[in-house]
Every structure is written in structure tokens, then in C-alpha cells.
Design a protein around this ligand. Structure first.
Ligand SMILES: [Zn+2]
Length: 269
């Protein structure tokens, strides 16, 4: 394996017609990935898929606002998390992007997020965090940092993880890195310069590559279905923005994934 897509959703319906073909092509290009659940059904589908493929792994969790009808049942996710190919808990987090959400929704999000943090500690697995601030603020990151800090005080290294689709600034990046969290970037880096400052600021040891497929296809395919092979364009963009050798960046980012997820990836095809 040469590249690891730390956050994709290739268990979604969008891939029903050609999923096996896609995974074969990923294998040919040396691309592995973490297939991330957003609710019970997609977490179970992720596990089913990764059981069939050496280069794929899963994360199980309940997205903060994609599936408001599901009640988070800890025992169910604990059972899913016990699968040997489940490497992370999530995606979970705090999403304030919809300002019309009532306070009760925010309270529930916080409660469910803390249940994920507790499950990650209990199972000693990293968190895959989706937190999204409301426009023009860093509110969801500030709250996420507060929660992680308080658990970290008591549980130390058992609290670790990745900030998926990170859109925070340098100050938030500094705090997550201090908590030993990685920051992951998608192919948005190929069509906006909004994140360049943070990509340059972050230590290379704390960056991961991801695609969030089927979303955020790289330029020039914007708006089309994305897939994990685009993680190669993400590595290219990180290297270009930082002015570093692409092969060195590729190798370090793969090592970062091995460290965070506790998996040996480089030996896999
Ligand atoms: Zn996602």
C-alpha cells in the first residue's frame, strides 16, 4: 500500500454498480482506506465490505446530524467496534453548521459525542471526528477541544484521533496537535487556497490524507462522484503547498496513519 484514504464512504449506494471494480483498481494503484460509518446501517455495511478486502478497514459511529432519527445505542456500537478490522470510532462530533438547530439538538449532539469518546477510551481506539463550526466562528472546534481536554486529563493517550475534513485555523490546529490529534485534508486542497496556511503550519507528522468520497472530487472533476483513488491528488497538493518532496510526504503520511490506527499498512498490497 502506498496511500491511505483515512475517511471514505464506499459502502454507500453510490458505489453499488461498480464497488468491486473500484476496489480492484484501488489495489492496483496501492490505495487502501478507512470505510467510515455514519449510522448503524452504514457501519454494518462498512464492516461487511472490509471483511472481503485486505486493504480496507472500518470505523463505526453515528454522525452528529446526518441521521437524526437514530438513537445512539452504546451496546450495539460496542459490539461492532469489537470487530478486528474496526480501527476507529466515528464519525462523531459536533456540527453547528445549521444555525436553525435548537439548543436541544446541540445538547443531544454533545451527549452522543461524549458517548463515542467514552467508547473509544474503553476500546482503546482512535476517534474519527466530524466537527463543523457555524459560519464565521470556530465554535464547534472550541467545544470539541474542551471535551477532549477534559477526557485527556483523566485518560491520557487513550484519547486520540483524527479531525476529519479540518476547516479550522492555525490556533485550532495548534490545540488539536497539542492533544496529539491528526488533521486530515481532502481534495478541496486542489481547488481552494483557504487551508494552505494551516497545511503549512501543521507538523507533517500530524497530517492525514482523505477523500470523504463520494463527496469533494478534486479539480477538474468537481461535482462528480469522488473515490479513494483521489487521495493521490491530496498528497500531491499537500506536498506542493508545503514545498516538500512528494514521495517524502506520501511516506510520512502513510506512517502517520499506521501510528494513529495501530495498523501495519505498508506491507499490504
Ligand atoms: Zn464522512
Amino acid at each position: 500500500m502506498k496511500y491511505f484514504d483515512a475517511h471514505c464512504h464506499i459502502q454507500f449506494d453510490a458505489y453499488d454498480a461498480d464497488r468491486e471494480e473500484l476496489v480492484r483498481s484501488m489495489d492496483e494503484q496501492g490505495v487502501g482506506g478507512l470505510v467510515v460509518g455514519v449510522d448503524r446501517v452504514s457501519s454494518e455495511q462498512a464492516i461487511k465490505l472490509v471483511e472481503k478486502h485486505e486493504s480496507l478497514f472500518a470505523a463505526v459511529g453515528l454522525h452528529p446530524n446526518d441521521c437524526p432519527e437514530e438513537v445512539f445505542t452504546v451496546s450495539l456500537y460496542r459490539e461492532l467496534a469489537s470487530h478486528p478490522k474496526v480501527l476507529a470510532i466515528g464519525e462523531c462530533g459536533l456540527d453547528n453548521y445549521r444555525p436553525e438547530d435548537p439548543e436541544a439538538t446541540k445538547r443531544k449532539q454533545r451527549e452522543v459525542f461524549e458517548q463515542h469518546v467514552q467508547l473509544a477510551i474503553e476500546t482503546d481506539k482512535p476517534l474519527m471526528i466530524h466537527s463543523r463550526p457555524s459560519k464565521g466562528t470556530q465554535d464547534a472546534y472550541e467545544d470539541t477541544i474542551d471535551i477532549l481536554k477534559s477526557y485527556k486529563r483523566e485518560h491520557g493517550d487513550k484519547v486520540r484521533g483524527d479531525m476529519h475534513f479540518f476547516v479550522g485555523g492555525v490556533e485550532e490546529a495548534r490545540q488539536f496537535v497539542d492533544l496529539d490529534f491528526t488533521l486530515s485534508y481532502t481534495a478541496v486542497l486542489t481547488f481552494t487556497q483557504d487551508y494552505d496556511e494551516v497545511v503549512r503550519f501543521a507538523p507533517l507528522t500530524h497530517l492525514l490524507s482523505e477523500t470523504d468520497s463520494p463527496y469533494v472530487a478534486p479539480a477538474p472533476n468537481r461535482g462528480k462522484r469522488n473515490d479513494p483513488r483521489a487521495v493521490q491528488a491530496v498528497i500531491g497538493a499537500i506536498a506542493r503547498i508545503r514545498g516538500e518532496d512528494e514521495e517524502m510526504v506520501r511516506d510520512q503520511v502513510l506512517q502517520n496513519a499506521e501510528r494513529l490506527f495501530g495498523a501495519t499498512l505498508r506491507g499490504l498490497k
